[in-house]
Design a binder for this molecule. Sequence first.
Ligand SMILES: Cc1cc2nc3c(=O)[nH]c(=O)nc-3n(C[C@H](O)[C@H](O)[C@H](O)COP(=O)(O)OP(=O)(O)OC[C@H]3O[C@@H](n4cnc5c(N)ncnc54)[C@H](O)[C@@H]3O)c2cc1C
Length: 378
Amino acid sequence: MDFDLSEEHKIFQNTAAQFAQKEIAPLGAEYDEKEEYPRWIFKRAGELGFLGIPYPEKYGGTGPDTIALCIFVEEASRADAGIGAGLVVQNTVGTSPLYSFGSEEIKQKYLVPAIKGDFVGCFCLTEPNVGSDVSSVETMAKEDGDRYILNGSKLFVSNGLMADYAIVAARTEKDKGHKGVTLFLMETNSAGLTRRGLKKLGIRAQDIAEFVFEDCQVPKNSILGEKGQGFYHLMATVQKTRIVVGSASVGLARAAFEAALRYAKERNQFGQPIGKFQAIQFKLADMAMEIELASLMTYKAAWLNDKGEKCIKEASMAKLYASEMVNRVAYNALQIHGGYGYMREYPMERYFRDARIMEIFEGTSEIQRVIIARQLGL
Ligand SMILES: Cc1cc2nc3c(=O)[nH]c(=O)nc-3n(C[C@H](O)[C@H](O)[C@H](O)COP(=O)(O)OP(=O)(O)OC[C@H]3O[C@@H](n4cnc5c(N)ncnc54)[C@H](O)[C@@H]3O)c2cc1C
């Protein structure tokens, strides 16, 4: 096995890092403070081909290439995890059901503009009573002639306020568990849909919303894939998204580590740089090692995914390890900064807040352990 990136991937990494450092990094602190997303980043990322990495050229994409997607996400999250999170959704759950299950007409009407950054998409699965147990969806979609009528609500919808369209999981058959869930595509200006923004601890630039459906009508031809197969359709996409959250964690961890390493060389106490103290050196050594390990795990899972191999265990391991790793790294990087790390004038406290979400979305750490144990035959 070759442990290095290919020449093409290295060139791509360079381009992605330049874009992220020049166009995303300078916005991080300001948009975190404003709790607002710089929507034009979608257009800019689209122009440069950063929104079509999982899709073929036929639709304006540059892929499919999971390794390249991981490279981009790592660099975007290293620049700012909140802005990066918006771009992750657009490259994964906000578009992948359109590509995998949408008709050619749907692909042309929604996927192509999303890849260009003209449309923003979102994905609505979580509900007030539905979290880790995704098969228990309560939002109802009732058949009525040539349409469905949706009633219910969705929580924590990433990109929700900005979104032009939404991919919604709703129940088309009562009492059928995961067999009664269907995916719908709808425009967010549909009558009967109201949206409300939510406030959060970290990744504050990222836009997040609650959706309420009250007799919201969608035409029958807006079903993505097969009726009643929504749960299985979703499961087919989670493998890749989990790997990508691993990469987002690695990117954010690199940002925190790089800041801590710089600081350890610059900050003097007791007549010498604090980096000369073994207590600080050991922290940095452990951080560097853990980042390297998480990076190898995410790229291995991405490599397997690109080969078309089943890698449920590897994807969950990468997501689990990387998301817990970034929390340890952010904690220690803040410790190395002492009191300055705790102040909002410096980026460390933002990295520390931003790290927390990595263990929650796309399946919590507990759920990843459940999946890994199942893959071990338990
Ligand atoms: C910032 C953010 C963005 C998000 N974006 C989206 C989005 O775009 N679209 C979307 O649909 N959702 C989104 N989510 C929702 C996210 O995926 C869920 O929050 C997550 O899956 C956990 O669900 P829950 O919050 O309801 O927690 P719960 O499922 O209620 O879990 C509560 C606790 O119980 C534990 N637990 C649950 N079941 C088990 C079990 N079987 N074994 C052991 N422990 C268990 C969990 O690990 C957790 O610690 C987002 C959430 C956040 C915070």
